[in-house]
Design a protein around this ligand. Sequence first.
Ligand SMILES: Cc1ncc(COP(=O)(O)O)c(C=O)c1O
Length: 315
Amino acid sequence: MAQAKPKYAYFQGKIVPIGEATISVMTHALHYGTAVFGGLRGYWNNDEEQLFVFRVHDHFERFVQSAGLMRIDVGCTPHELTRVLMELLRTEGFRENIYIRPLAYKAMEGIGVRLHDVEDALTIFAMPFGDYIKPAGLHLGFSAWQRVDDNTIPARGKISGSYANSALIKSDALLAGYDEALVLNADGHVSETSASNFFIVRRGVAITPPVTSNILEGITRRTVIQLLRDDLGVEVVERDIDRSEVYLAEELFLCGTGVQIAAATQVDHHVIGGGDTGQITHRLRELFFNVVSGRVAKYRDWLTPVYSPEKVAAP
Ligand SMILES: Cc1ncc(COP(=O)(O)O)c(C=O)c1O
């Protein structure tokens, strides 16, 4: 799949052309997966001619916390990271939907597996981005792999090394003809997919695994819980989910910055609900896209505008 390329990156403390943001083959993070990253989206609102970054502070807070788990000093607070990001996005001048990737990594050039006494570095880039996965009609399979365990690699951190686990899960799913896979944790309960959280609906109640089930603590998941409860009047329960409950679900959707809200209608060849996007998923998707693009006043504080209103208003 061809992807648009960034023109610039924040690298070694300044914004540089992307071609200058390069690192040595000896870099620690490349060998040992000793890096953490974030994934944010920016949504272009054509009516307002504005680019809104969704829940930037929450993303950078998790980014700094993930770094802490890996003894990486990002060197910036979430507030400072936001300032740097806004400068980068204005330099790019995007007028479309984008994906943003901050990465903090162990930058030492040399051999030696450890986290302490290894220098850290930070980079951020962003690029135009559409759907990561098709938004409806997904066929999922259960992975033969197990989700990383908190006592193996902290599952709530967005740690580069643990995405080897995600890549195994995703490739096996695609090569077996599925669109994505659900994965069990060490307890045998369903945790999430290779790159998203998930919800099932049973008897009208939305159910999602708790944060202690080796999931990434998704910011979209948190958003969805609030939208379902406060705006759609749907009861939400956070509890362990068994594999067979998934097969019996009325609705099933994935959520995450990449997948956004994506409906699954088959799991291991079991048809979910009636085989179409369920009613709750449908309403949630509509609300979600209104929220992220700035069309719901009460959630405007989740959005950070990139361009100043003066600049936007200019013809
Ligand atoms: C493994 C994994 N789980 C869940 C998520 C969802 O997290 P968020 O909603 O913060 O993007 C992601 C990232 O998108 C992920 O990579």
